[in-house]
Design a protein around this ligand. Structure first.
Ligand SMILES: [Zn+2]
Ligand SMILES: [Zn+2]
Length: 254
């Protein structure tokens, strides 16, 4: 079991110390734990912290992950990554920092339509928003910077029914993934939102999307998207793995 999607409390919406995530991952039998906290951006306003670390916190994040990697070597393989919004106009800045800090991998996680970040896509996403979101994702994928696309079905979370708009958005995304040979993520954190009664629509992972995925030549990563050590669960991971295999989907980290 390898999970490449793990946050830290630096993003202000995750709990627990970095080392608690590692201890839980070892307990649950993971062999790889990749940290991929939300990447900082240079436009962050110091007066209004959003759901991510400040650029000046990146050094602390990197040194914490590196020291855990050394401390737990032989017990679990710790990797250093970042989850990145599709803000391609800032990718020059991003690439400089990836190089400076030797970040090992990037995953593409889209949560908003613009850098204004007015509405979280998991909260509200209309049919026309789905089109804008897809265009953002397409531009980001075309940069070739990413290991995989996170929660491709987050946009359906609070959408009422899997209608023509959802079919069209899913088709666009799956065709893009197939064309660029970029895997898509089966993100199990949506199940925790359901458990906690936070879902008012289809929820994610979205059944309709994964039904459609069977018709495309795409690879899948299971991602726990851990926002607390609790999210790291062998049981949840194995359930996801069995579900994807039953659908005939190729899972990279089964
Ligand atoms: Zn995300
Ligand atoms: Zn995430």
């Amino acid at each position: 079991m390898e999970n490449y999607h793990t946050h830290t409390r630096r993003c202000c919406h995750a709990d627990g110390e970095d080392r608690d995530y590692v201890l839980k991952a070892i307990d649950e039998g993971l062999t790889v734990l990749g940290f991929s906290d939300h990447t900082p951006w240079p436009f962050e306003n110091p007066g209004k912290k959003r759901g991510r670390m400040y650029p000046q916190e990146l050094g602390d994040y990197v040194s914490s992950v590196r020291s855990l990697r050394d401390e737990f070597a032989g017990k679990i393989d710790i990797r250093l990554g970042l989850e990145v919004e599709p803000y391609v106009e800032y990718y020059g800045w991003l690439k400089e920092h990836v190089e400076k800090f030797s970040i090992e991998y990037l995953i593409l996680g889209s949560h908003y339509l613009t850098t204004e970040e007015e509405m979280f896509l998991g909260k509200r996403c209309s049919a026309s928003d789905m089109i804008v979101s897809f265009e953002n994702t397409r531009k980001a994928v075309e940069t070739g910077l990413f290991k995989y696309i996170c929660h491709p079905d987050l946009v359906f979370n609070n959408y009422p029914v899997f209608d023509e708009n959802c079919i069209s958005a899913s088709r666009d995304l799956l065709a893009l993934a197939q064309e660029h040979r970029i895997p898509v993520e089966y993100n199990t954190s949506g199940f925790i939102k359901q458990e906690r009664g936070l879902v008012k629509g289809l929820g994610y992972p979205t059944e309709g999307f994964w039904d459609m995925a069977q018709d495309y030549d795409v690879d899948v990563y299971i991602g726990l998207d851990a926002h607390s050590p609790y999210f790291i669960s062998r049981e949840r991971y194995q359930k996801a793995s069995e579900y994807l295999k039953s659908k005939g989907l190729h899972v990279i980290n089964p």
